[in-house]
Design a protein around this ligand. Structure first.
Ligand code: FUC
Length: 785
């Protein structure tokens, strides 16, 4: 049985609508009815394009996207100034002076009027269109099943009708950049279908031309040119063209290839490149020449090279394979099962591979999938937690390649972000982003101060970049990332200001989406600390920028402490002790230093305790991403039981039957955060040491995590039984020294052997760490003695 598969016995649009009240995740009012697209259709993608397959009967519907199809940006009807309303920085000093005077309301009022961007031309991510496959004369059907094989990255629909067995297969190839669809029937000539291609933009036109269907147009808002082409190849049937359809009669196999694109190019300030027509035609030509089998083989080789890098097996997970996924999820509400828990892990990795590959924009709020022209939060790049979370699972689960688009994107934001730093923050040297960003260099604060002012976003995302280096530990990676880190540190050096106590604070500062208008909220201070210390370490490693290192060192000394313990034992969210113990807001920014940061760790017990108090205060119930974050946080607190409770709750209350995570609506960050949460429960490496099974929940007594990465260039296989380590293999890709520990009774130590089975010399450390030298390319086996 395939434990890497989602499957259903009905088409997406014939399953009972998901009732929002069954999902208790929302703390925000949401009353849109949930569509079959969102809850039951299944995704394929190659990161450029994404498609949602309904498996509808008798007619198939495949909705598709292309990641660059956006409204807004240069040329948009509303006008576009990258969100900048000139003159913001002119008010900065006055607002800061009010805050120094304790006049918070007046500061907030002024900030609300001036420290905002404008929405004009922000735009939103668009729906591209749908492919229709209309079957003629199909009567009743039986033996229906549709599924998504995560390992093969192929979606299939199978059924019987009129004595013949039919099959539809769909995949989206990254190497050949096409969406490929095959229809087959085991009775000769049983396929009688009409194919249509319909655009979702006003003014989109489809014509039958050049042996295919061509959908083209320009986005009415900004003139962005787009095109989709669909090629049809029928075996032993008759193919005829209508005005905008292809009609196939009497075929037994039909292959459809579709590719699409726009003239968007991520290049400031115009963001336009070539018309996509030539590239699309060439791709379709090449893919058509290759034929189905070759295309499929190339697609699967490409996908599996990433997908098979990492896998989780939990005891009794196979049981899940017998149950359709919607039933599995339903059953899980009353009886949690390891099968769904591991399937969700694999699905998260599948989704990242399908929505983020080199050469594409990063995965947005819905990855690459979106059926609306007015999606929630514009389907954008949100920097106050969401984009960061999208990439938490990348490097740690062997998908470093998938976070390349993030690096490219951040690099592309440095120039517009330099403008924002100057205009709003008085920083001449750095770059900044705020809460909402689009693919057109919108780096300004949002159009409301209370959610839009988020300068720590640059440091928050720089954390992803720095982590990328920590995992690979390759100097060439650090060289590439360094300018982004450096620009972030320079921003903070410029923006930090002196408080009444002589320390350096961010001002004004607003704890993400939560408030208050203050000086030095915890998250700003923590992330400023991170940006400064990481840049310092990077500069020292690369032996560059000595003067900057000195400037940073002195600023770090004067920084107002990022971690403070308040009156009820909590980790303070603000510099003043203002936290309300009843506050259950989904953002819990004050513990960013626990995860994804690591300023709070085993060696700072008092802050660990305070973080625990804050987490307990906020409670578990929340939206999908918030739960996923809390899973990671509880795992960092070494409390596997609580981390597991969060993860279980996410599956029970924030997950649709197609396993999309929901806010609601569908938001992919929770899918990715889930994967990161599982990893944090099973391995830590943020303190210069690999900790095996640091937060193993009792619900997972036996298991195996293969291919997980640890910082320092290590790849691990970890097996455990009855709640303790059975064996781990540590592959060293860089030959760096390794320190490993796991919780074992005091009398026991670890047995560490090299590839030839020889014991390696180990230095035992006070904290239980076993330190040993590694050789590049060698694998070491770790077990209990
Ligand atoms: C942040 C969150 C919201 C939502 C949005 C996309 O603003 O506070 O809950 O996830 O991003």
């Amino acid at each position: 049985m395939n434990t890497h598969r989602l499957w259903y016995t009905k088409p997406a649009d014939e399953l009972p609508p998901v009732d929002l009240s069954e999902l208790t995740c929302s703390e925000l009012a949401y009353d849109e009815p949930l569509s079959a697209w969102e809850t039951y259709a299944l995704p394929v993608g190659n990161a450029y394009m994404g498609a949602m397959v309904y498996g509808s009967m008798p007619h198939e519907r495949i909705q598709f996207n292309e990641k660059t199809l956006w409204t807004g940006g240069p040329g948009s009807k509303e006008g576009y100034r990258f969100g900048h309303v000139p003159g913001g920085a002119a008010h900065l000093d006055a607002i800061r002076a009010l805050l120094l005077d304790g006049k918070k309301d007046a500061a907030m009022d002024l900030a609300g009027r001036h420290l905002v961007g404008e929405q004009n031309g922000f735009g939103s991510y668009q729906n591209f269109g749908e492919i229709f496959i209309r079957h003629k004369g199909m009567g009743t059907y039986t033996a229906y099943e549709r599924g998504l094989d995560l390992d093969g990255a192929v979606e299939s629909v199978a059924y019987e009708a009129g004595g013949a067995r039919f099959r539809r297969e769909v995949f989206c190839s990254y190497p050949d950049h096409v969406l490929a669809i095959r229809l087959t029937a085991d009775a000769p000539g049983a396929l009688d279908v009409e194919i249509g291609l319909v655009g979702a933009q006003d003014g989109a036109e489809t014509v039958a031309a050049d042996g295919g269907l061509v959908l083209s147009g320009a986005v009415p808002d900004n003139g962005l040119a787009y095109e989709a082409r669909l090629a049809v190849a029928a075996h032993n049937g008759m193919l005829a063209w209508g005005k905008d359809t292809a009609v196939i009669h009497g075929a037994s196999e039909l292959v459809l290839l579709m590719s699409c694109g726009t003239d968007y190019r991520n290049a400031y300030p115009h963001y336009r490149g070539e018309h996509p027509r030539g590239d699309i035609a060439a791709r379709l030509h090449d893919a058509g020449q290759m034929g189905w089998d070759t295309l499929l083989r190339r697609h699967q080789e490409d996908h599996r090279a990433l997908y098979r890098e990492c896998a989780l097996s939990l005891r009794e997970a196979e049981k899940a394979a017998d149950m359709p996924t919607d039933a599995l999820l339903r059953a899980y509400r009353s009886e949690p099962s390891a099968g769904l828990e591991s399937l969700m892990f694999h699905y998260g990795r599948y989704l990242l591979i399908a929505s983020s590959r080199p050469g594409t924009l990063p995965a947005n709020l819905q990855g690459v999938w979106n059926a609306s022209n007015t999606p929630a939060w514009c389907g954008d790049y949100h920097f106050d937690i969401n984009l960061q979370m999208n990439y938490w699972p990348a490097d740690i689960t062997g998908l470093a390649e998938c976070s390349e688009p993030l690096v490219d994107y951040i690099e592309s934001l440095m120039e517009p972000g330099g403008g924002t730093a100057r205009l709003y923050f008085g920083s001449e040297r750095g770059w900044v982003v705020n809460t909402m960003n689009n693919p057109f260099g919108f780096t300004a604060p949002g159009w409301r101060f209370t959610w839009g002012w988020a300068p720590n976003s640059n440091a928050f995302i720089a954390m992803n970049l720095w982590e990328k280096y920590l995992f690979s530990r390759k100097e060439e990676d650090l060289r590439r990332l360094y300018p982004m880190l450096r620009g972030t540190a320079l921003f903070w050096l410029d923006f930090l200001t002196v408080d009444t106590d002589g320390t350096l604070v961010s001002s004004p500062s607003f704890s993400p989406e939560h408030g208050l208008c203050e000086k030095g909220c915890a998250m700003d201070q923590q992330l400023a600390w991170f940006a400064l210390t990481a840049t310092h370490e990077a500069a020292a490693t690369l032996r560059v920028d000595e003067a900057l290192q000195a400037e940073i060192a002195s600023a770090v000394e004067r920084l107002s402490p990022p971690l403070r313990i308040g009156r009820w034992g909590q980790l303070q969210e603000w510099k003043d002790d203002l936290d309300d113990p009843e506050d259950t807001h989904r953002h819990i920014s004050q513990v960013a230093a626990l995860y994804p940061g690591c300023q709070i760790n085993r060696t700072t017990r008092a802050f660990m305790d305070a973080a625990r108090v804050s987490l307990l205060g906020r409670g578990d119930a929340s939206t999908g991403w918030s739960r996923a974050w809390k899973t990671c946080l509880w795992a960092r607190l070494l409390d596997g039981g609580h981390a597991y409770r969060l993860l279980r709750g996410q599956l029970q209350t924030c997950t649709y039957p197609n396993l999309f995570d929901t806010h609601p609506p569908f938001q992919i960050d929770g899918n990715f955060g889930y994967v990161a949460g599982v990893c944090e429960m099973l391995v830590h490496s943020h303190m210069g040491m690999i900790e095996l099974l640091p937060a193993l929940p009792s619900a997972w007594p036996d298991g195996h995590l293969r291919g997980v990465r640890a910082r320092g260039g290590f790849r691990l296989d970890i097996r455990w039984a009855r709640g303790v380590l059975a064996e781990a293999a540590i592959y060293s890709s860089g030959g760096h020294d390794c320190v490993v520990r796991t919780d074992v009774p005091e009398s026991q130590c670890l047995d560490i052997r090299d590839g030839q089975g020889r014991s390696v010399p180990v230095a035992l450390m006070a904290d239980g760490g076993h330190s040993f030298a590694t050789e590049k390319g060698e694998t070491y086996r770790v077990s209990l003695r």
